[in-house]
Design a protein around this ligand. Structure first.
Ligand SMILES: [Zn+2]
Length: 385
C-alpha cells in the first residue's frame, strides 16, 4: 500500500491510477481544474445546453436528484437562481433517513423547490441491504442504485429530459481517464461504478419478486430515447468545491450535524441523510481498502490548497478507522441480526493484507475492538505483500 505523494489517498482505492511520480489521478485532475480548464468557456457551454432545454415556465425543465445533502441543495439552488431554470427535485429515500436529512429536504423546499420523494417498499429494500451487507460488503448498496435510477425514472414519467447530477466522481476523487472527462451520466456509468457486477434481474435468483423492484429497474432504451433523457454532471461545467458549496448552503440555512462530523468523516456537513451511509458504509470501505471518507475529504482540502499534506496526515487517524457505534444498534434491529453476526461479517470483509493479524491469521484488535492498520507511515512507500 502506498500513498499519493501530494494528497493522502492510498493506491488501494479502486479505479485510482498513480502516475510514475507517485501522484494520484485525482491530484492531477485537480491541477487541471485549478490551472488548465477554462471555466468561463465551460459555463458558456452549459448555458448553451440549458437554453435548449429551457421551458416556457409552465413545466419543469430539469430534474435534480437530491439526497438532502449540501451538494444536491447547491445543484438545485444553482440551476434555479444562477441559471434561471425550473427544477423539479427528486429524492430517492435512503436506507434509513436521519432527522437532519429530513430537515434538509424541508430546507430545500423552503428555498423554493418542489420535491418528489420516492420511498421504495421497505421489505424489498431491507433484503437488498442484507445482500449488500453480507455479500457485497456495502450496507448501502440499494441506496446507490436508487439514487442513480429513481430520478431517471421520474425524468421519463414527468417527461423532463434533462437531469443535473453533481460532480463527476472519477474526476474529483479518481478513476480511469475515459471516465474522468465524461460530462454525462448514463446507464453504463451506473453499471460500471455502482452495481458490483450485479444486475437487478439477477435478484430473482435470490428469491426476489421483480414486481417489488420496479423502482430499481433502469428505464428501457426505448423510454429514454422517447423522452430524450440526458444526464449532465454539473461539476464538468462549473468549478466544483465541496467546502465552498457547503458554506454557501449553510449561510442559507442548511443544517449540519449537531454532534460534529459523522463517524469516519472529517467534515460535519457530509453524509448526513442516511443512518448507515455515514458511519457503517464508510467503515466497511475502510476495512476493504484501508481508507475512509476522512481520507477523501482531507485529500480534497490538500488539493484545494487549504491544508498541507502534513496536516492531513496528522488529522486522518483521528477521524477514521473506529467502529461507528452510533447507529449499529439500529442496524442490528433493522436486519434482525446479532452483534456477533454483524462483527463476524465485518471481519470477513476486512482485507487482512492491510491490517495486523496474529500468527494464526486472526485479526489483532485494540482494547476498543478496532482493527489496526499496518501502513500508517505516509512518508514511505510500503508494499503490500
Ligand atoms: Zn493525490
Amino acid at each position: 500500500m502506498k500513498y499519493c505523494k501530494k494528497c493522502i489517498m492510498p493506491d488501494t482505492r479502486p479505479e485510482t491510477v498513480f502516475d510514475k511520480a507517485g501522484v494520484c489521478d485525482a491530484c492531477r485532475s485537480s491541477e487541471r481544474k485549478h490551472k488548465e480548464i477554462d471555466w468561463e468557456e465551460r459555463e458558456a457551454q452549459l448555458r448553451e445546453i440549458l437554453d435548449r432545454y429551457r421551458s416556457d415556465g409552465l413545466w419543469y425543465d430539469c430534474i435534480i436528484p437530491v439526497s438532502g445533502g449540501k451538494n444536491s441543495c447547491f445543484q438545485a439552488y444553482t440551476m434555479k437562481y444562477r441559471f434561471g431554470m425550473n427544477p423539479l427535485c427528486v429524492n430517492a429515500v435512503p436506507c434509513e433517513m436521519t432527522d437532519i436529512g429530513n430537515k434538509n429536504l424541508i430546507f430545500l423546499r423552503e428555498l423554493g423547490f418542489d420535491l418528489i420523494q420516492v420511498g421504495v417498499n421497505r421489505k424489498a429494500f431491507r433484503e437488498m441491504v442484507r445482500i449488500g451487507f453480507f455479500k457485497l460488503g456495502d450496507s448501502c448498496w440499494p441506496e446507490h442504485i436508487g439514487i442513480f435510477t429513481i430520478p431517471v425514472k421520474m425524468a421519463v414519467q414527468f417527461k423532463v429530459p434533462l437531469l443535473i447530477w453533481g460532480e463527476n466522481s472519477q474526476f474529483e476523487y479518481g478513476g480511469p481517464a475515459a471516465a474522468r472527462d465524461k460530462n454525462t451520466l448514463d446507464k453504463n456509468w451506473l453499471l460500471e461504478y455502482q452495481m458490483y457486477g450485479y444486475r437487478i434481474s439477477d435478484l430473482v435468483h435470490e428469491g426476489f419478486d421483480l414486481n417489488d423492484l420496479k423502482m430499481f429497474q433502469y428505464p428501457s432504451d426505448e423510454e429514454l430515447t422517447r423522452v430524450g433523457v440526458t444526464g449532465l454532471f454539473l461539476g464538468h461545467y462549473i468549478k466544483w468545491d465541496n467546502k465552498e458549496q457547503a458554506e454557501r448552503m449553510k449561510s442559507l440555512g442548511f443544517n449540519v450535524n449537531p454532534d460534529g462530523p459523522v463517524e469516519c468523516a472529517y467534515f460535519d456537513y457530509e453524509n448526513l441523510d442516511c443512518k448507515w451511509i455515514g458511519g457503517l458504509h464508510d467503515y466497511m470501505k475502510y476495512l476493504k481498502y484501508g481508507y475512509s471518507r476522512a481520507t477523501d475529504q482531507l485529500s480534497m482540502e490538500v488539493r484545494a490548497g487549504r491544508m498541507t499534506r502534513e496536516q492531513a496526515v496528522d488529522l486522518v487517524a483521528k477521524y477514521e478507522g473506529k467502529i461507528p457505534w452510533k447507529y449499529i444498534p439500529d442496524f442490528l434491529r433493522y436486519l434482525d441480526i446479532t452483534e456477533k453476526e454483524f462483527f463476524g461479517n465485518l471481519d470477513r470483509f476486512t482485507n487482512k493484507k492491510l491490517f495486523l493479524c496474529d500468527e494464526n491469521g486472526n485479526l489483532v484488535k485494540d482494547k476498543d475492538g478496532n482493527v489496526i492498520k499496518k501502513y500508517q507511515d505516509y512518508s514511505v512507500e510500503a508494499k503490500v505483500c
